[in-house]
Design a protein around this ligand. Structure first.
Ligand SMILES: Cc1cc2nc3c(=O)[nH]c(=O)nc-3n(C[C@H](O)[C@H](O)[C@H](O)COP(=O)(O)O)c2cc1C
Length: 182
């Protein structure tokens, strides 16, 4: 089993990372973590190369991610909520999935990536509204052929209870591992 995990948090020992660590401690198989804040991945600049060509005109670490996505089984996106949305850097990385949209809509090609399971892990300080971020990321996962998305997982009161001490969030990660392993 191969799992791609995209981490949208700048905090190396923060809440998102705590839940990702819980996940990877028990996850079977190979996994690759992309740190949106610390990897060399630029945002899509809508150059439109992919309207007529496979891949992307930007040559950076995203090339490895494209290769991994071809046959990985799962994609997990994990992010803090900033102003009710995923972080900007996470969206920068995800903007590079535009090449898959272009394959379908401009190049009239079938998606060349295997269907996948996926999940969205969100953490928030406590405004109680992860829905907008969840909706945004669900749409993004569908672009990369994630056909089975696990129910929203995360920790939503981190100003008071850090994710690593949130029993419900920890249990939900256990359930997510089960979902990915079936
Ligand atoms: C710029 C900014 C905007 C934020 N907006 C929200 C928000 O809209 N809703 C919320 O619940 N928490 C919000 N937060 C709080 C973070 O989501 C929260 O602290 C989270 O646990 C940080 O995760 P991390 O430690 O993985 O980076 C915001 C934090 C920052 C820095």
């Amino acid at each position: 089993m191969k799992t791609l995990i995209i981490n949208g948090s700048p905090r190396k020992k923060g809440d998102t990372t705590a839940l990702i660590s819980k996940l990877t401690e028990q996850l079977n198989g190979d996994y690759k973590i992309v740190d949106a804040y610390y990897s060399d991945i630029s945002a899509c600049v809508d150059c439109r190369y992919c309207w007529n060509n496979d891949g992307c005109s930007i040559n950076d670490e995203m090339t490895e991610i494209y290769d991994y996505i071809v046959d990985c089984d799962n994609v997990i996106i994990a992010s803090p909520i900033y102003f009710s949305q995923p972080t900007g850097k996470l969206l920068d990385v995800c903007s590079r999935f535009q090449t898959y949209f272009a394959a379908k809509h401009f190049r009239n090609q079938k998606l060349s990536v295997a269907p996948k399971k996926g999940a969205i892990i969100l953490v928030g300080g406590g405004d109680g509204n992860p829905q907008k971020a969840h909706e945004t990321l669900s749409g993004i996962l569908k672009q990369i052929n994630v056909t089975d998305i696990f129910s929203l997982t995360g920790s939503f009161n981190t100003n008071i209870i850090p994710a690593k001490e949130d029993a419900k969030a920890q249990q939900d990660i256990d359930k997510l591992i089960e979902f990915l392993s079936i």
